[in-house]
Write a protein of this length. Structure first.
Lengths: 360, 696
């Protein structure tokens, strides 16, 4: 390995390209935050073959982590109601002569709530706090959807390369990953308009999952595990000696890279269990794409396998016309949303301690 | 770091090395440039009204709180430039590591370094690069093999892998000029038009739906076809730029009009869109990404650590560029009352000025300067209007006669072919650091990897009628392009700007998709239904649907996709393509990063898995005979030995012959399992082999 590429190296040839003052930039045996970015955060390296730092190595070496994480929340599930749900008919309920009778409003926990429209959620209101002071700056749907995910004006300078909040979370929690954290930090479910990791390394890009009862399709080879293992072995045989020194000058006998990480996710009962669910659960959650996604979100949080930020998208809320038409309008997305959301809250609250559950 | 500390104070206190003062590319400034938090709730109707109001010279009254104005402390890189690493150095480290690691991961034949003076010089590129290497004592990688060159140049020029027939024909060709002949042939091919239309589609952000404006499919189609036609006829790049900047009329009948429509900036006054067009024009045609910064504030106090030229430019200079778009108007007519899509019409008005009278929207307050309430159009490096031309014609004339115009495009083309741009990032030129000769302040170095080469290519572009094919061909025919990615010696990151070796790159999503199709012999199949129809159709390839839900045309290859949101009708293919991070030309830019999802897809996704078995074949296309997978076709030929089978599969997938060592490792599998199982496994293995998805 070229000495100029080695960590901590400095010489006349490279001087213009490297900082001269090690103390200022945290060079040394431990990986300061800047070097974390320099090595693990380069947005241009195809990490396919670069011997990737294992999570262990990365966690052990990242010390000067100047991001002061203040909040006590461990995980975040962001449910993105694309099309923009009518808040005055749901969580900021304002009844009037137009309100259909089947909304059946009732005051629950001090909040006027359309119990008839969202009967399941109505039973879980004690688990949530409603924030009504948020405001969306943009009128245009796609503009605001991107805005919500990157937390800044997409039209502004460099808006196009701004990362999804989920990617930021995944990066900031990187230091806390341990060896059993096999799943990506940022997962998205149920399709939709998802902003990616921008100028961050693709490691933090959203891992898109289509929730299905029989598990994550990409985690299992369609030809079965035995055939897969044979082929994987053949791949390793033919690729020959993949002995390359790692970025930090360590000897690596096995190529640490995306193939290894992917392989580690496959046929792993723990990982598999996260993406599977019973038909009882499926029915309880409303038997829809959104509902299934909520189950997987619950499992991701429960299993504590490394995912910290989950984004679930559900569309169909752009109810300009016929919002109160039975079977259409707001009723259609609510039919998916209500059982899924309510059961997610219920199941999370039954999980004790730091993996979910009430603060009480 | 205390806030608001002057940059010089910071340097003095920190004892900063020259490194700290080096430019940091604009692109790595993170999200701290504050944009006015209070925005009005304006829709397009209101924007038109504002434009009209300004036309009448009226001040736009806005019942909103004034926006926060950006102040120096918002651009955090100014206070702490060390947080933002030199992106050029990062890129060089990145491609060095990637290329070195790649070469460690595949079998390479024994080779030796060549003294630079011994490499034959094919053209001016070689003269400059190898002379420089020789004079600085840097040795060159050897030339790449014929098979590697064939695959590399076929991918770079056409986005496709060569067929086994092409491989054999090229390898057995004894013509000493066969590489030049090959380049010419590839440039003349229809796939060349596909591939470079994709390139310009990325550069111009051709999209049907975007956060800033929707062209709809109608607009996107006419824009894409305009680009295709321009590439196919090898239209002069100066003419393309002129047509795009000066376009008027319907965006359906004049594809170039979409360039103007695309510059829209929503949720702000008309001046924001004028600025948006100036930014787009500066980025695309001049490689000057700093315009986006300069339209909010002066360069001084913001770009000092990043861009010497930019630091000398004032916001009022930047406004002079925007003012060229101050008389441009855009109207929209829906196709009918029940639909959202329609036609944009762009016109150039006889009157209109860039008014300094805004206090809301996406940019800082615009207020009169020395009592003057508007800005005259003035090109950054020139003047205003000549007799008989309108504003956009004046701008197009001055841009296309500016050396920076040629410089920007040759740099984009060089980057596309050579992986490492001469000026990197390619949209962040620092005009004060382009020469290798000038006196620069301490700590700053010339920006181009090789200033002399950049100048020579710029001159070549200008004196050859801005002929894109000429430059692309010149690069492909040089020996610098034809060096191996293997450097059989001690490599140093300091050698990157010498181009002492070729660098690897991961294939784009579209190239990977098409390579899998070609390797496995099975085109995509899509079943779809036209709107209003009750019958499904099944076709090879993908349908391109119109705004009305009716098929407009069909395409066979991902390389022919007019935008990354396609194929709308085939979810499996679309998600597979998306996992290779082709972006959406909007909030998600294309990247060649790798990810877990990509390796999971290559191993397990049905897109791959439905193409590797003896049982895989296409039988459901009407009036079309069965199309077998490569595995099926080879297995049905009983005359092939195992050795020949393996060889054919290598040629079809990796466009090369297997080495003896590779065959020796594979043949035992043929004894351990059935011929069918071994062949299916080998097909899977070759698609997952690292050299399949790389260009090297």
């Amino acid at each position: 390995m070229d000495k100029h590429l080695e960590f901590g190296h400095s010489c006349e040839v490279c001087k213009p390209l490297r900082p001269a003052n090690p103390s200022l930039f945290g060079l040394g045996p431990m990986l300061g935050r800047r070097d974390f970015f320099r090595i693990a955060g380069t947005g241009v390296t195809g990490f396919f073959v670069v011997p990737m730092l294992s999570e262990n190595t990365l966690a052990a070496r990242t010390t000067d982590y100047s991001a002061q994480l203040k909040s006590t929340a461990r995980n975040c599930i962001f449910i993105h109601l694309q099309g923009a749900a009518s808040h005055v008919d749901t969580f900021d309920f304002k009844p009037g002569s137009w309100t259909p009778a089947d909304f059946a409003p009732e005051t629950i926990n001090g909040i006027l709530f359309p119990k008839g429209l969202m009967p399941n959620t109505a039973q879980q209101l004690d688990k949530i706090a409603i924030v009504r002071s948020m405001r969306a700056p943009a009128l245009v749907h796609s503009l605001q959807q991107v805005w919500s995910q990157i937390s800044r004006n997409p039209s502004a300078a460099l808006g196009k390369i701004a990362p999804n909040i989920g990617a930021v979370a995944a990066l900031e929690f990187e230091a806390q990953r341990q060896s059993h954290h096999r799943l990506p930090g940022f997962v998205t479910l149920n399709g939709g308009n998802v902003v990616s990791s921008g100028y961050f390394n693709a490691r933090y890009s959203p891992f898109a999952v289509t929730a299905a009862a029989n598990g994550l399709s990409n985690l299992n080879n369609p030809d079965g595990q035995t055939t897969f293992e044979t082929r994987y072995q053949m791949l390793k045989d033919i690729d020959g000696d993949l002995r390359t020194t790692s970025l930090l000058g360590e000897d690596v006998s096995d190529m640490e890279g995306f193939y290894q990480q992917s392989r580690a996710m496959m046929y792993n009962p723990e990982v598999d269990a996260v993406f599977r669910f019973t038909s009882e659960d499926q029915q309880r959650y409303g038997n829809s794409g959104f509902g299934n996604s909520c189950i997987v979100a619950r499992n991701l949080v429960k299993s504590d396998l490394g995912t910290r930020f989950i984004q679930i998208n559900i569309g169909g809320w752009d109810n300009h016309q016929a919002i109160f038409t039975p079977g259409q309008g707001i009723y259609r997305p609510i039919a998916q949303f209500d059982p899924g959301f309510a059961n997610l809250l219920k199941d999370l609250s039954e999980q004790p301690g730091t993996k979910g559950g009430s603060a009480r | 770091m205390p806030k608001n500390e002057g940059i010089d104070e910071f340097h003095k206190k920190a004892g900063s090395s020259p490194f700290v003062k080096r430019f940091v590319a604009v692109i790595f400034i993170t999200a701290t440039i504050l944009i006015p938090a209070e925005l009005s709730g304006w829709g397009t109707g209101t924007i038109r009204a504002i434009v009209d109001a300004q036309q009448r010279g009226g001040r736009v009254r806005v019942a909103q709180a004034p926006p926060d104005t950006a102040i120096a402390s918002d651009c955090n890189f100014l206070q702490d430039p060390a947080r933002f690493l030199d992106s050029q150095a990062r890129h060089r480290r990145g491609i060095s590591r990637l290329t070195e690691s790649f070469n460690g991961a595949i079998e390479r034949r024994a080779m030796k370094l060549i003294p630079a003076q011994d490499i034959p010089r094919k053209n001016l590129i070689d003269n400059i690069l190898f002379d420089k290497m020789a004079s600085d004592g840097i040795q060159s990688a050897p030339l790449t093999s014929d098979a590697e060159f064939l695959r590399r140049v076929t991918l770079d020029l056409t986005g496709q892998i060569p067929s086994p027939e092409a491989v054999n024909s090229f390898l057995s060709d004894t013509n000493p000029y066969k590489r030049e002949v090959l380049v010419d042939k590839l440039i003349a091919s229809p796939e060349f038009v596909d591939r470079w239309s994709l390139f310009f589609g990325d550069l111009l952000n051709i999209n049907s739906f975007a956060t800033n404006i929707n062209l709809y499919i109608g607009g996107r189609e006419s824009y894409y076809q305009y680009v295709r036609q321009s590439i196919a006829t090898n239209k002069s790049y100066a003419q393309i730029a002129t047509e795009l900047i000066t376009a008027n009329g319907s965006n359906y009948t004049n594809g170039a009009v979409n360039y103007i429509v695309n510059g829209n900036v929503p949720m702000g006054p008309a001046q924001d869109t004028m600025d948006g067009l100036a930014v787009q024009t500066s980025r695309v045609f001049l490689g000057l990404g700093s315009m986006d910064c300069l339209l909010c504030h002066d360069g001084a106090g913001h770009l000092d650590a990043i861009n010497l030229w930019g630091a000398s430019i004032k916001r009022s200079d930047a406004w002079g560029m925007s003012a060229f778009f101050a008389r441009t108007r855009r109207a929209f007519q829906r196709a009918s009352n029940d639909v959202n899509y329609g036609i944009y019409t762009v016109t150039e008005n006889a009157t209109g000025e860039y008014q300094l009278n805004t206090n809301s929207g996406n940019r800082q307050t615009r207020a009169p300067i020395n009592g003057k309430s508007f800005v005259d159009p003035k090109y950054l490096f020139g003047g205003g209007l000549n007799q008989g031309e309108n504003r956009r014609q004046a701008l197009a004339r001055q841009i296309t006669s500016d050396p920076q115009f040629a410089r920007a495009i040759v740099n984009y083309l060089w980057e596309e072919m050579m992986v490492e741009a001469l000026v990197s990032p390619s949209d962040s030129f620092d005009l004060n650091r382009l020469s290798g000769e000038q006196e620069l302040p301490e700590g700053w170095a010339p920006q181009p990897a090789n200033p002399q080469l950049l100048d020579a290519l710029t001159a070549e572009m200008t004196t050859n009628g801005f002929n894109l094919r000429h430059i692309i061909g010149l690069i492909a025919k040089s020996n610098a392009y034809q060096l191996s990615t293997q450097y059989p010696g001690e490599w140093s990151i300091a050698y990157v700007p010498y181009y002492a070796r070729k660098f690897v790159r991961r294939l784009d999503a579209e190239e990977i998709h098409d390579a899998i199709i070609r390797a496995t012999g099975m085109p995509p199949v899509t079943t779809f239904r036209n709107a209003g129809s009750t019958t499904n159709q099944t076709i090879l390839g993908y349908p391109v649907m119109g705004d009305d839900g009716v098929k407009l045309r069909e395409i066979l290859w991902a390389g022919q996709m007019p935008e990354p949101r396609e194929p709308r009708q085939n979810g499996t293919s679309r998600l597979f393509l998306d996992s290779f991070l082709r972006g959406n030309r909007d909030g998600n830019l294309r990247t060649s990063d790798s990810s877990i999802l990509q390796s999971l897809n290559l191993m397990n996704n049905t897109f791959v898995n439905s193409r590797i078995h003896n049982s895989n074949r296409i039988t459901n296309i009407p009036n079309t005979p069965e199309i077998p997978s490569t595995v099926r076709r080879l297995l049905s030929d009983a005359s092939l030995t195992n050795d020949q089978l393996i060889t054919q599969l290598y040629l079809q997938t990796l466009s090369r012959y297997p080495s003896d060592a590779e065959k020796a490792k594979i043949l035992p599998y043929y004894s351990r399992m059935s011929r069918q199982a071994a062949t299916e496994s080998l097909q899977w293995v070759l698609l997952n082999k690292v050299d399949f998805i790389f260009n090297y």
